[in-house]
Design a protein around this ligand. Structure first.
Ligand SMILES: [Zn+2]
Ligand SMILES: [Zn+2]
Length: 614
């Protein structure tokens, strides 16, 4: 459902029939009306713009008199008024009136946004629908719930500044977001989920665990990976590279800029210009910051004459690309302007393509499982209205995609007409710990680029044939996948991904033997390939050291004191910071500790999922 830009003219028109049972969408659209009616009463002279249902709720855009802004307090008052009105069970009644009459009515009411919408209704529709709830009237097709009595379980969530009609050249309006449910229980469950999502917010955890930063000083949508995040990213990349090498991929590298003519050949200058940055001139020739890696891999392919025996060729790259995104949609690591795709391009003979698709599907499932995601959703997107390639090419490509999912017994849905203009695709979404779905992998046919770049291979009979090309990314982008990973694990990562796996805390930092013993324990952990740190900053209390390690989500803390040195039996006290206090502490010989941690760090996927932090 639309969140950012709303086709407001679609709201207007003849009323729609209400289904027998209102849906959540209808309930929320009705709640938006109720909110607007409360705002107009509490803030005389307020202008209301559009108010659709969205995923999990609704919003309405307003302009308050004299540039006034909604406060936290105002939201409480509006919500209170909505509840009063809900208790009154005011009917939603629909009315059809001539367009001119509606225009005149909203002009008289001093509602310029509504007048504007009526003027923008396409065609020569003679009549429009309006809905009344008590004194409030809105231009609307509906449908709505029968009366406001349905709208008791509502909650207003926040206010955001938005540009009128989503265009930054227009004035800013205030958008009030709310949510509505059929029952108080459902509402409360949703608010709990929301609080849990907030607790897991990767921007918050990114700061707390010192993983990355995205700052204004740096420029919006650009990411700095701090040492902890950088280390984790390196581990993800190491796994990715190893899996690609053993999966028969070649790993390649390409530059960040290239002659713009390359992007003219590829068609990006024509079809992708709004996402590309302005060219820079070098030696009087325009160069382009890369929005995609594809043309580079194509040039590598073209570097030699390819025979049918060479195919398939699989070029993979962790390729950093730059794409323009509106500043209003940038969001932590999830929507950025510079990011690294885990990209690959497959070049194969037509008779190889189906098997190749199957391999990529398996590969993506395996990749997600490694990181602890086993709940996946598959989608096949088919031919859109505007497309290149023959009907026959599309039909066989779509069949190949579906067939490979089917023979694996994988459930999938079809997104009719949702393919790119240059070919059909499979998208893979993953479900995180909160049940939220994230689109990550995409496996995309391309009938366009091989044509544009004149790609060929020499067939068995000596003739020149065109290879089939597939673009694919598994994790999507490292930035976005990392953000998802942080939220999925709420910062408590599987041991193999933890920046520090074990912290050795010194009790008496002024006793050299104790400090030395602590470094000895850490050294033995490191010798086994584990990441261990020693906490012996002078003048800090032991409790403070343990607390800091817990706050940084270090899973294991070993405490070393004078008694350990005196005892001399090589046993240490280990705390698993994720477990409740009564189960957390054990005394273990160092050799056993090393073996246990090494075994845990070797685990991947479901076996590596850490215990939920108590
Ligand atoms: Zn409406
Ligand atoms: Zn590509």
């Amino acid at each position: 459902m639309p969140d950012e830009v709303v086709d407001d003219a679609a709201e207007a028109g003849l009323p729609l029939e209400a289904p027998a049972e209102p849906t959540l969408e209808i309930l929320r659209h009705s709640a938006a009306h109720l909110m607007a009616s409360a705002v107009v009463e509490l803030f005389p002279g307020a202008h209301y713009d559009v108010g659709p249902p969205i995923t999990d709720g609704f919003f309405y855009n307003f302009r308050l008199p004299e540039g006034r802004h909604f406060t936290e307090d105002d939201l409480g008052r509006i919500e209170e008024r909505m509840k009063q009105k809900a208790a009154q069970r005011i009917a939603f009644t629909r009315e059809v009136m001539p367009r001119d009459q509606a225009r005149e009515m909203f002009t008289r009411m001093g509602q310029p946004f509504k007048v504007d919408i009526i003027d923008r209704i396409p065609g020569d529709a003679a009549q429009v629908g309006v809905y009344r709830t008590g004194d409030f009237v809105d231009l609307c097709r509906g449908p709505h719930v029968p009366d406001t009595g349905w709208l008791g379980a509502v909650k207003l969530l926040r206010v955001a500044g938005v540009y009128w009609r989503g265009d930054e050249r227009n004035e800013q309006l205030q958008r009030v977001y709310g949510t509505a449910w059929f029952s108080d229980e459902e509402l409360q469950a949703y608010l709990d989920r929301l609080a849990e999502a907030e607790r897991r917010d990767h921007r918050k955890l990114g700061r707390e665990l010192d993983l990355f930063s995205v700052t204004d000083e740096l420029g919006g949508g650009l990411v700095l990976w701090h040492p902890n995040g950088g280390l984790m990213r390196g581990l993800i990349e190491d796994h990715w590279r190893a899996a690609h090498r053993s999966g028969g991929y070649d790993l390649v590298y390409s530059p960040h800029i290239a002659l713009r003519t390359l992007w003219e050949t590829s068609g990006h200058v024509d079809f992708y210009a709004e996402n590309m940055y302005a060219p820079m001139v070098i030696d009087e020739r325009p160069f382009q910051l890369k929005p995609m890696n594809c043309p580079f891999h194509i040039l590598i392919y073209k570097g030699h004459t390819r025979s049918y025996r060479d195919l398939p060729l699989r070029y993979s790259e962790l390729g950093t690309v730059y794409r323009y995104e509106r500043s209003g949609v940038l969001h932590g690591l999830l929507r950025v302007r510079g990011f690294t795709q885990d990209d690959a391009h497959l070049f194969c003979r037509p008779d190889q393509i189906e098997e190749e698709i199957g391999r990529v599907v398996d590969f993506s499932i395996e990749m997600f499982r490694t990181f602890g995601f086993s709940d996946l959703k598959m989608y096949v997107s088919t031919k859109p209205e505007k497309s290149v390639g023959s009907e026959e090419q599309w039909r066989s490509a779509e069949a190949a995609l579906e067939n490979q999912l089917r023979i694996r017994g994988l459930d999938y849905s079809i997104n009719p007409g949702d393919g790119a203009f240059y070919g059909p695709k499979i998208d893979v979404g993953l479900l995180d710990a909160l049940g939220r779905e994230w689109q990550c992998a995409t496996i995309q046919f391309d009938f366009n680029e091989p044509e544009r770049f004149g790609l060929e291979f020499v067939a068995e009979d000596g003739s020149r044939q065109r290879p089939v090309m597939v673009h694919r990314a598994l994790l999507g982008s490292l930035e976005r996948f990392f953000g998802i990973l942080v939220e999925h694990y709420a910062g408590d990562f599987p041991l193999w991904l933890c920046p520090v796996q074990c912290e050795v805390v010194v009790v008496q930092d002024n006793v050299p033997e104790v400090v030395q013993h602590a470094h000895g324990v850490a050294g033995r952990l490191r010798a086994a390939g584990l990441r261990a740190a020693v906490s012996d900053r002078p003048g800090e209390r032991m409790q403070a050291r343990i607390l800091r390690a817990e706050q940084r989500r270090v899973p294991y803390v070993v405490v070393v004191g004078r008694k350990d040195v005196e005892r001399g039996d090589d046993v240490v006290r280990v705390r698993d910071t994720r477990l409740p206090a009564e189960q957390a502490v054990r005394d273990l010989p160092v050799a056993e500790l090393v073996a246990e941690l090494a075994a845990e760090a070797a685990r991947r996927g479901a076996e590596a999922v850490p215990p939920a932090r108590a």
